[in-house]
Write a protein that binds this ligand. Structure first.
Ligand code: KIV
Ligand code: NA
Length: 265
């Protein structure tokens, strides 16, 4: 298998074959997901919540994300690696957006970047694409704008459907190679998926998108507590890892570990 390219993702849409995407923030997960045949890995700004322990995605910085991007791109042999541009690193100006995107390509060795925003970010997308950098857009519920949007709320209901459709059309027109639809009604996501030439990637956007993405710690059950409605847990990693740590601790306390086979003489 060769490196996944953006035209391969377009081919999948054209053939009507849905594809998976996962976040990854380090080398072991990148290696495993690559080998599992996940064509696209996203180093999300969700690292804020899932690596750095913040409550929202807003505090994470370019300097915090860059090393994570580099570890994922070094480990992923086939997957296309997308670097998420964090809050504040592209909203200031079109020039700032290009400068930040270039850093993720040069220093992070990413294959593409992602940013949040629809119509108002069309100029930013266009300029980054003009610099030779593929852009994945992200519309619907955009976590970096959660305070403006009034919290985690489904987008595209009733009259707001046209706003989501207009955002989708604008990012495609600006040159985005794909677009994430987050927490958009299944009906609107289906319509947008039919209207766009480029692939739509759903998270909480129903079954009719061209692709589906989840945060890996949600997908694998490492994050505990109540998960959003759109999450499906495919494993209980929290149970497995917690169990391993407890067993190790018990064996140390009982002098069962290390055994003779783990010792040098
Ligand atoms: O940061 C992230 O993990 C994302 C995906 C959920 C699309 O933006
Ligand atoms: Na993100």
């Amino acid at each position: 298998r060769k490196r996944v390219r953006i035209h391969h993702l377009q081919d999948l849409k054209d053939r009507g074959e849905p594809w998976p995407m996962l976040t990854a923030y380090d080398m072991y997960t990148a290696e495993l997901f690559d080998e599992a045949g996940i064509p696209v890995l996203l180093v999300g700004d969700s690292a804020a919540n899932n690596v750095y322990g913040h409550e929202t995605s807003l505090p994470v910085t370019v300097d915090e994300l860059l090393p994570l991007v580099r570890s994922v791109t070094r480990a992923a042999r086939h997957s296309l690696v997308v670097a998420d541009l964090p809050f504040g690193s592209y909203q200031v100006s079109v020039e700032q957006a290009v400068t930040t995107a270039v850093r993720f390509m040069k220093e992070g060795l990413a294959h593409a970047v992602k940013l949040e925003g629809g119509r108002r970010f069309a100029p930013h997308i266009e300029a980054i694409v003009a610099a030779g950098i593929p852009v994945m857009a992200h519309i619907g519920f955009t976590p970096q704008s959660e305070h403006q949007l009034g919290g985690y709320r489904v987008q595209g209901r009733d009259a707001a459907a046209d706003a989501v459709r207009a955002d989708a059309a604008a990012v495609q027109e600006a040159g985005a190679f794909a677009v994430v639809l987050e927490m958009v009604t299944a009906e609107v996501a289906k319509q947008v998926t039919h209207e766009l030439r480029i692939p739509t990637i759903g998270i909480g956007a129903g079954p009719d998108c061209d692709a589906q993405v989840l945060v890996w710690q949600d997908m694998a059950g490492l994050r505990r507590g109540r998960a959003p409605k759109f999450v499906k847990r495919y494993a209980d990693l929290a149970g497995v890892l917690g169990g391993a740590a407890t067993a190790f601790a018990d064996e140390v306390r009982n002098r069962q570990f290390p055994g003779p086979e783990h010792s040098f003489h």
